[in-house]
Design a protein around this ligand. Structure first.
Ligand SMILES: CC(C)(COP(=O)(O)OP(=O)(O)OC[C@H]1O[C@@H](n2cnc3c(N)ncnc32)[C@H](O)[C@@H]1OP(=O)(O)O)[C@@H](O)C(=O)NCCC(=O)NCCS
Length: 182
């Protein structure tokens, strides 16, 4: 969806702009998906599984920008992409259309500066504006930083999915299920 850009001040004094992600960032997003999935084991994709073409990624970003029920929010610091976050509806059916899911990832060099908190605060107000009344997410069980952020932003744990992720070394990890009433 289209929404107003917002400027926030980071803990180190720099300014960060939160704004709609658009097809002009398609190549940046492909680079971002590859690099962030290599920087942390907490994202669903392995780096070699990022196989979007430039045209394919442009199409996705255009579609989400024009979808009034989805948000793709990019964070820009000093002209560079710092991260991205999104909300997506669970579906059009009347029994579930009050629910949305949320996802967020930043490049490691931008962790701990307050971007995650600001993005979730802004996503929450946009989700309410769309008409959602519940936001949900899954987080890897040992992702302490993300869980601290989500709890701070009002998410509550409601369950655990055993062995949700299998890593290339053969090990597994659980996912914690969290939700927030809007
Ligand atoms: C998880 C992530 C989005 C958090 O964003 P962030 O901008 O670093 O978060 P913030 O700076 O707003 O910090 C939010 C809270 O996290 C907690 N936190 C910060 N550093 C932490 C650390 N090292 N360990 C545990 N908690 C920490 C604090 O409670 C902090 O709140 P405070 O600043 O009021 O004290 C970001 O670190 C990231 O992209 N990580 C990799 C991808 C990922 O894990 N995504 C989530 C998948 S579910």
């Amino acid at each position: 969806m289209k929404f107003e850009e917002k400027k926030i001040q980071l803990k180190d004094g720099r300014t960060c702009t939160l704004k709609p992600n658009t097809s002009e960032y398609a190549q940046d997003m492909i680079d971002y998906l590859k690099k962030t999935s290599a920087e942390t084991p907490f994202l669903l994709r392995n780096p070699d599984e990022v196989q979007y073409t430039l045209d394919g990624e442009k199409e996705i970003l255009d579609r989400l920008y024009n979808d009034p029920n989805s948000v793709m929010m990019i964070a820009i610091v000093g002209g560079k992409v710092a991260g991205n976050s999104s909300i997506n509806g669970m579906g059009d059916k009347r029994k579930i259309k009050h629910r949305c899911s949320m996802a967020i990832a930043l490049y490691e060099e931008y962790w701990g500066l307050g971007i995650g908190s600001a993005m979730i605060e802004y996503l929450t107000s946009l989700a309410k504006e769309i008409g959602y009344s519940q936001m949900e997410l899954e987080v890897v069980a040992n992702n302490e930083r993300a869980q601290a952020l989500y709890k701070k932003c009002g998410f509550v744990e409601y369950g655990r999915r055993p062995n949700a992720l299998k890593f290339d070394d053969g090990s597994y990890n659980d996912e914690i299920l969290m939700y927030k009433a809007l």
